[in-house]
Design a protein around this ligand. Structure first.
Ligand SMILES: [Zn+2]
Length: 69
């Protein structure tokens, strides 16, 4: 048995993960989210920003925040 560690480069999409994703700033109190479309997307839904001015998409966990001022 040989430790054949050939560096096979996997062609990742680059969108997988989503860690450290910056919140999307919006000036509206209602935003639409579809996960960015494509195979990683989800059906478009509308999200109402809460009284704290933020909402998180239940599908893709993307966070939207109301722009200040
Ligand atoms: Zn979403």
């Amino acid at each position: 048995m040989t430790a054949d560690n050939t560096g096979s480069s996997l062609d990742t999409d680059g969108l997988a993960g989503g860690q450290g994703l910056a919140p999307t700033v919006t000036q509206q109190s209602r935003v639409a989210c579809n996960g960015g479309g494509g195979p990683l997307g989800h059906p478009q839904i509308w999200l109402n920003l809460g009284t704290d001015g933020s909402v998180t998409c239940p599908y893709c966990s993307r966070q939207f925040v109301k722009a200040e001022g």
